[in-house]
Ligand binder design. Structure first.
Ligand SMILES: Cc1cc2nc3c(=O)[nH]c(=O)nc-3n(C[C@H](O)[C@H](O)[C@H](O)COP(=O)(O)OP(=O)(O)OC[C@H]3O[C@@H](n4cnc5c(N)ncnc54)[C@H](O)[C@@H]3O)c2cc1C
Length: 393
C-alpha cells in the first residue's frame, strides 16, 4: 500500500500536539505527517502578556524544538482547502499538497473587527510586540486602559502594572471583575490588582476611543494614553473561504468526534473549531482545550485511516490557572464543565504553579515524541454534574 499523508494546518498547541502524536504512532507505519505554518516558530500564546509587558523577550520557540523530526514542516500559509480533491493550496503559490487526512488547527488571533480605531487589539504575537513598543514610550503617570476583564485582560493588566509601576493601569469590565470566579477567587484577584495599584472600572462598557481618550456607554470620557482591547479572539477565514461548514464566527463546524460532517477525512481542533454542545458547550478557547482536542483528533484520524469508527470527545477541566504578574497567581478549582468550585490557591505559590503549567504544556507536546499517546486529560462532565450549582454544594 502506498504511504498516506495527513496534513496539519497550524502549528499551535492543537496542531503540534496532534502532529507528534500521529508521527510517533506505530499503528500506521506508512503515515507521512506534514505540518503547515506561516512561520518556523511555535508561539507560546499563553505567554504573550509577558511579551507585551516586556517581562519576557519573546514567546516564540523554534518549531523543531517542539515538532518531532518524523513530521515534515512547510513554512507557508494555507490559502484554501479543496475538500473535493483533497488538496491544500498555499499563499506562496507552491504546488498544492494532497492529503488522506487533514487537521484544521489554525487557532485564533486578536479581535480584528469591533476594535475601535485608536485602540490596540491584543491576542497574537504581532499585537504583543506592537503593544510592548507603545508601553515603552509612555512616561510616568500615563494611563493604560485594558478593556475586557476575561482571563487575558486580567493577566495583561497585572503584568503591566507590575512591570510599569509608574503607569496608571486600569481594567475596564462590562460586568464584575472575576465574575466567572468563585467568591474567594474574585477576592484574590481584586486584592492582587489593588495591591498593584490597578484602577478597576466595573459594569462599564466602552463605546468609542481615540488616541488619548475613551468614552463609556454611560457617556463619561476618560483620558487614556493607550487603550487595549482584549475582548474575544477572532478566527481565520480559511474554513469559510474554502466552502467548509462554519458557524457565524467562522469556526469550522465539527461533530462529536471532531470530524467535519460533510468531509469525514477532515478533522478540527483548537480555537478555530466549533464543537457540538452535546460534548463541548463548556469548552472555551484555551490552550487547556486545544491540547486535548489536538490529541483526540489525532487518535480519531488514526481510527479513520484504519477504517475504525472515531470516538466522541470527552474533555473537561480541573482548574484555571491565572498569572497575576510574575510574583503571584490564582488557581481556581473548577468542575469538569468549568464552573468555579469554592477552593482557590492564591499568592506566590499559585504564581509558581502557573509558571510550571506553562512549562508543562511544552513537555506534554514533546512527550508525544517519546511515547505517542502519553498525554491524557480530564474527562468531560456527566449530564448529572451539569445540573447542580457548585457554590451551593
Ligand atoms: C495573552 C494570552 C494568555 C493566554 N493564557 C492562557 C492560559 O493561561 N491558559 C489557556 O488555556 N489558554 C490561554 N490563552 C489562550 C490560548 O493561547 C489559545 O486558546 C491557544 O493558543 C489555542 O491553541 P490553538 O492550537 O487552537 O491555536 P494557536 O495557538 O493560535 O495556533 C494556531 C496556529 O495556526 C497558524 N495558522 C493560522 N492560519 C494559518 C494558515 N492559513 N495556514 C497555516 N497556519 C495557520 C497560526 O500562525 C498559529 O501558529 C491565552 C491567550 C493569550 C493571548
Amino acid at each position: 500500500m502506498s504511504s498516506r499523508r495527513v496534513v496539519i494546518i497550524g502549528a499551535g498547541y492543537a496542531g503540534v500536539m496532534a502532529a507528534n502524536r500521529l508521527a510517533g504512532s506505530k499503528q500506521l507505519g506508512d503515515l507521512q505527517v506534514t505540518v503547515v505554518n506561516p512561520v518556523a516558530d511555535f508561539v507560546e500564546r499563553i505567554r504573550l502578556h509577558e511579551v507585551a509587558a516586556g517581562s519576557r523577550a519573546s514567546a516564540a520557540v523554534p518549531i523543531r524544538s517542539v515538532l518531532g523530526g518524523r513530521a515534515d514542516f512547510i513554512e507557508d500559509s494555507a490559502s484554501r482547502i479543496d475538500p473535493d480533491n483533497r488538496q491544500v493550496h498555499f499563499s506562496s503559490g507552491r504546488a498544492p499538497l494532497g492529503y488522506d487526512g487533514l487537521l484544521y488547527a489554525v487557532g485564533s488571533g486578536h479581535v480584528s473587527s469591533g476594535v475601535p480605531a485608536g485602540a490596540y487589539g491584543f491576542g497574537d504575537a504581532k499585537s504583543a510586540v506592537r503593544l510592548r513598543a507603545r508601553l515603552s514610550q509612555l512616561g510616568e503617570g500615563a494611563a493604560v486602559s485594558i478593556v475586557g476583564a476575561g482571563l487575558t485582560g486580567v493577566e495583561l493588566v497585572a503584568e503591566i502594572a507590575e512591570r510599569y509601576p509608574l503607569l496608571r493601569a486600569r481594567l475596564v469590565s462590562r460586568g464584575i471583575i472575576g465574575g466567572d470566579l468563585s467568591r474567594s477567587g474574585q477576592r484574590a484577584v481584586r486584592n492582587r490588582l489593588a495591591a498593584l495599584g490597578v484602577e478597576m472600572l466595573e459594569n462599564t462598557g466602552v463605546q468609542r476611543c481615540d488616541d488619548s481618550t475613551f468614552t463609556t456607554a454611560g457617556g463619561v470620557t476618560l483620558h487614556s494614553d493607550c487603550t487595549v482591547w482584549t475582548a474575544g479572539f477572532s478566527v481565520p477565514d480559511l474554513a469559510r473561504d474554502s466552502g467548509l461548514p462554519t458557524d457565524a464566527e467562522g469556526r469550522l463546524i465539527v461533530d462529536e468526534s471532531l470530524s467535519c460532517p460533510d468531509y469525514p477525512e477532515i478533522f478540527g481542533a483548537g480555537d478555530a473549531v466549533r464543537v457540538p454542545d452535546s460534548v463541548g458547550s463548556h469548552l472555551r478557547m484555551s490552550c487547556a482545550s486545544a491540547l486535548p482536542l489536538g490529541a483526540h483528533a489525532a487518535d480519531n484520524i488514526i481510527a479513520r485511516l484504519q477504517n475504525r469508527s472515531p470516538a466522541a470527545l470527552s474533555a473537561g477541566y480541573v482548574f484555571r490557572c491565572i498569572s497575576l504578574g510574575r510574583k503571584a497567581g490564582l488557581i481556581q478549582t473548577v468542575t469538569a464543565d468549568d464552573r468555579p468550585r469554592p477552593f482557590v490557591v492564591g499568592g506566590r505559590l499559585a504564581g509558581l504553579a502557573k509558571e510550571q503549567v506553562c512549562r508543562l504544556t511544552l513537555s506534554w507536546i514533546r512527550g508525544e515524541l517519546r511515547r505517542s499517546g502519553s498525554f491524557t486529560w480530564p474527562k468531560g462532565p456527566l449530564p448529572a454534574d451539569v445540573a447542580m450549582p457548585v457554590e451551593a454544594r
